[in-house]
Design a protein around this ligand. Sequence first.
Ligand code: GLU
Length: 457
Amino acid sequence: MTSGNPTSPPVAVAAPRRRLALVAELVQRYLDEILAEHADVTDGALADYIPELTRVDPSKFGLALELTDGFAYESGDARTQFTIQSISKPFTYALALDRIGNDAVDRKIGVEPSGEPFNEISVDDRTKTPKNPMINAGAIAAVSLIPAADPQERFAQILDFYSACAGRPLDVDEDVYRSEKASNSRNRAIAYMLQSFGVLDDDPDDVLDVYVRQCAIRVTSRDLAEMASTLARGGVHPATGRRVTSAAAVQRTLSVMMTCGMYDTTGDWVTSVGMPAKSGVGGGILAVLPGQLGIGVYSPLLDENGNSVRGGRVCRTLSARLGLHFLSVTRESRSIIRATRDVAPRVRVYELHGDLLFAGAEQTLRTVENDRADVDVAILEVSKVDDINDTARAMLAGMRESLTAVGKEGYVVDPDRRVIPTDGRSAGAVVFGTVEDAIAAARDHVETQAGNANRVG
Ligand code: GLU
């Protein structure tokens, strides 16, 4: 594999992170801390049934998280390239659903967890079709369902679709492709079995060649986060706003990822992480929090099930620490900022509502950050917030710290002290009981700042 190959095309990256110091620093700190917590873990082994995969650097460790508006955070080796392997499976499945519709796909591939290893040479006893698209049999069948005149055109469509989701042109690691191609008896057995059951209409070797090529497509953790965020937005690319696949295809794909995405550990994954996800033997994991964000992690040492050891740990910690389990965040589907109003020169009130969890707090802080040229005091009115978690609480407190560092202020209006309690957990937040009191303090601050500026001038 050619991780870090200097001749690799440059990775296109969205907004420059450093411009948004306030939010970037807070969220960045979380991600860096989480990565550091697991950095010393050296358990696991490189996948060796594809010989070229044993040549990757086992120490690489990268994480990226992208919100559904296209803003991304990176930590560690988030730009290291690796092969997508099985993380390709949900994307080709989505492409097949999009092109020929659910019914035609369902006639060839089931949606039930298999309870068997990913490369099992088997079909469903009753239907004689692969049990689901996340095992090799189902993934090979999915490739064959992409309408195309020949294998080249089929692969081109797959590559174009993955690239559209990642927001940059992806390419193939030819060494990994050749290596898997030369050691591929098991997948050949699967492809010929599928042909014998009438699942594959095309030549099994041609279909398999496209499958092996798609597994060798190179991505970074940052790419995976962007691809995940595209799924989180129901098929709309987060940075461009362009629809790359249908919402129906994404819904179906995420459902199957939820039930079959993590090899034989899916039940444990759903319970402890609670995000539809897919891992690959290249060491990547992609996880999706629908409506909110996408995550990409890379660390090539795998456990006995084929999942990245450190990748899995990072996802568990992220989910617990940031409150990302999909069953705990279903209520947060709308914008957390209900309204903003300018109440005095350079003083703006942000009225928040709903559940203030990680993504909502991130969105709020980023809005405050973006307004910094016009606003000296940001007042967050949180009395209509239903629920808040510790992460969001700490982020609100951290907001003030960052603002005061540049001579600005951030206040919270929280009459019942529900959101920012008095137990010291959110030390640093300045809390008022009424908006009027906060505005009065804000005016004083603006006047004092102006006075200081005049004296200096
Ligand atoms: N190319 C690999 C195979 O088909 C992908 C397996 C995986 O990542 O699970 O065996």
